[in-house]
Design a protein around this ligand. Structure first.
Ligand SMILES: [Zn+2]
Length: 373
């Protein structure tokens, strides 16, 4: 009996395996002939991974049950938040423009950090108006507030419509353009190989992960403290706060409303696609990495946590780093989410002809549609 068992284990099973499990894919090739790369390995791991908490509700009750599972997952992944401190604001600069005043304020967001913010207030406001928290990407704050000094900088602002904080202020909205944590004057050790913008994304990501935080969580935290500030301002309607961001700032605009229900509308530009098609498959800054996220869901699932609040997705169809095909798939899924909740009008997309940049094709109409002005 013993010998028969051993025979089965040592001879018959391998023989049958050879007969019926003939190697058919690249994973079984000879590594000496063609070495395996980590890229192949990770692609295969992603191919065989089913997100554990992907949205698949068919009615409102199922949506709510899904939300109760997935919301804590995303907040956990965003990591440990700083210890709260009382709101403190230092008013540092004031500059008058034709149609608005621009202040520079510093808002204390934790014991040893003050977020610099450019705060735009339109002239002659007769009543409370909506306020928009504006978050920049990896070009840093300067081109986003139209303060570029060279012709090339100014052209970049125009061509990529980076100055949306200024644009919205010109159209009657109060805006707060945050210098995102790790950029410009808040940069610590400069990232290696980055010469055009002072930033320390890599060092801050390393530090954040080591203490159980993430840059996206910390940047969202700063934005939440900026909303605390906005809600103290007489001319801000505290019930009509929006978030807008491009690229790295668009990523933060994706997570902030999940942490803060006071954000009633969001515009996400040059950031929505899938994790798989974007960050996972091509070079991106480490600061946008959400540890473990793909185990649980995709970007469309993350944005589904905004529902039923209005979301406008803004993507250039030639944006190489946030591929449009994946963005379209994600948008189709979000349309299903909003349909299930009977608020189809609250999800929209501006997929425009162009590259990795902002677009105002739909932004003002979207704001008017949902904020009434
Ligand atoms: Zn970064």
């Amino acid at each position: 009996m013993h010998n028969f068992t051993a025979l089965t284990r040592n001879l018959i099973v391998p023989l049958l395996s050879c007969l019926f499990l003939t190697p058919t894919n690249a994973a079984d090739r000879d590594p000496a002939e063609k070495p395996f790369t980590v890229t192949e390995s990770y692609q295969r791991l992603a191919d065989t991974m089913e997100p554990l908490q992907a949205w698949q509700a068919t009615n409102k009750a199922e949506h709510e049950a899904w939300r109760k599972q997935f919301h804590p997952t995303v907040t956990r992944i965003l990591g440990k938040m700083p210890e709260p401190v009382p709101l403190e604001v230092k008013w540092a600069e004031k500059k008058e423009f034709d149609t608005f005043t621009r202040h520079k304020v510093f808002i204390r967001t934790e014991a040893a950090y003050w977020a610099p913010v450019y705060y735009f207030v339109p002239h002659n406001l007769k009543k409370k108006v909506p306020a928009i928290v504006c978050m920049h990407g990896h070009s840093g704050i300067v081109p986003y507030i139209d303060e570029g000094k060279t012709k090339a900088d100014k052209e970049k602002t125009r061509q990529s419509e980076l100055d949306y904080a200024v644009y919205f202020a010109k159209h009657g909205y109060i805006t707060a353009a945050i210098v995102m944590r790790g950029w410009n004057e808040t940069a610590g050790d400069q990232d290696r190989g980055v010469s055009h913008t002072k930033r320390s994304c890599l060092q801050m990501t390393m530090n954040a992960l080591l203490i159980g935080s993430t840059p996206q969580g910390q940047r969202s935290w700063d934005a939440m403290r900026v909303i605390d500030f906005l809600q103290t301002q007489d001319q801000v309607d505290p019930n009509r706060i929006a978030a807008a961001g491009l690229s790295g700032g668009g990523a933060t605009a994706m997570y902030l409303p999940i942490l803060d229900e006071r954000v009633k509308l969001t515009m996400i530009a040059g950031a929505f696609s899938t994790y798989r098609a974007s960050y996972y498959s091509m070079p991106h800054c480490l600061c946008q990495c959400m540890p473990e996220m793909m185990r649980f869901g995709e970007m469309s699932d993350v944005v589904a946590l905004h529902a039923p609040r209005p979301v406008l997705l803004i993507n250039g169809i030639e944006d190489k780093i946030f591929p449009i095909a994946a963005a379209r798939e994600g948008y189709a899924k979000l349309q299903q989410v909003y349909q299930v909740l009977d608020v189809e009008e609250n999800i929209d997309a501006d997929f425009f002809q162009g590259g990795h940049r902002w677009s105002n094709n739909k932004s003002l109409d979207f704001l008017k549609q949902h904020f009434g002005e």
